[in-house]
Design a protein. Structure first.
Length: 192
């Protein structure tokens, strides 16, 4: 009587040693195995840049930088901002500007969306999560005789939670050149 266990072992041994499986089939299986392994490695190969992924875009803190326009080249700027889930409040202090001095600001901040510029869509993390935009404004009302006039300056910024730049424009009740009729310029700030 033939032992079935011995028969199975003999058959496998025969296949391995006697080259019963054609060489072309072996090559095809080997190539498929390599491709599957390479696919596994590639799917794990996405990486995040700068170690900033999954950090929320938030403007809270002390900021400093410069602000400039046609009549006010490179003036010092300080901001104290509080960002509560995208609702921003704070104060602005500008040194030696003909239109702006110190006032309060309000506005919004919006975090960059997933899979937008700066985010690697091949990873599960959002690499640009600390990037976004902000729209801040300062408003005041002036009454002369019975006429009430509202003045507003709007700041449009973009960047990261540590560095922002952008533009501003508006009107402001100051005696400086162009303040009431309108002025515009650029600003750049960094988190202290």
């Amino acid at each position: 009587m033939v032992n079935s266990r011995h028969l199975r072992y003999s058959t496998i041994a025969q296949i391995a040693h006697q080259k019963i499986v054609p060489v072309q089939v072996k090559k095809t299986l080997f190539i498929c195995t390599l491709l599957a392994f390479a696919g596994l490695l590639a799917s794990c190969g996405g990486s995040s840049s700068g170690g900033i992924y999954n950090q929320a875009f938030n403007l809270s803190g002390q900021w400093s930088g410069s602000i400039q326009d046609a009549t006010n080249p490179d003036r010092s700027l300080n901001l104290t901002l509080s960002d509560n889930a995208g609702t921003v409040t704070g104060t602005l202090i500008v040194t030696d500007h003909s239109c702006l001095t110190s006032t309060s600001l309000t506005g919004t901040s919006v975090q960059a969306s997933a899979n937008s510029s700066g985010d690697n869509p091949l990873t599960g993390d959002q690499e640009n999560s600390n990037e976004g935009t902000a729209s801040l404004s300062m408003t005041t009302t002036e009454t002369v005789d019975t006429t009430e006039t509202t003045f507003t300056v709007t700041f449009t910024l973009s960047g990261t939670s540590k560095s922002l730049s952008g533009q501003y424009s508006g009107t402001w009740p100051s005696s400086g050149s162009g303040c009431r009729s309108g002025f515009q310029g650029t600003l750049s700030i960094t988190l202290d």
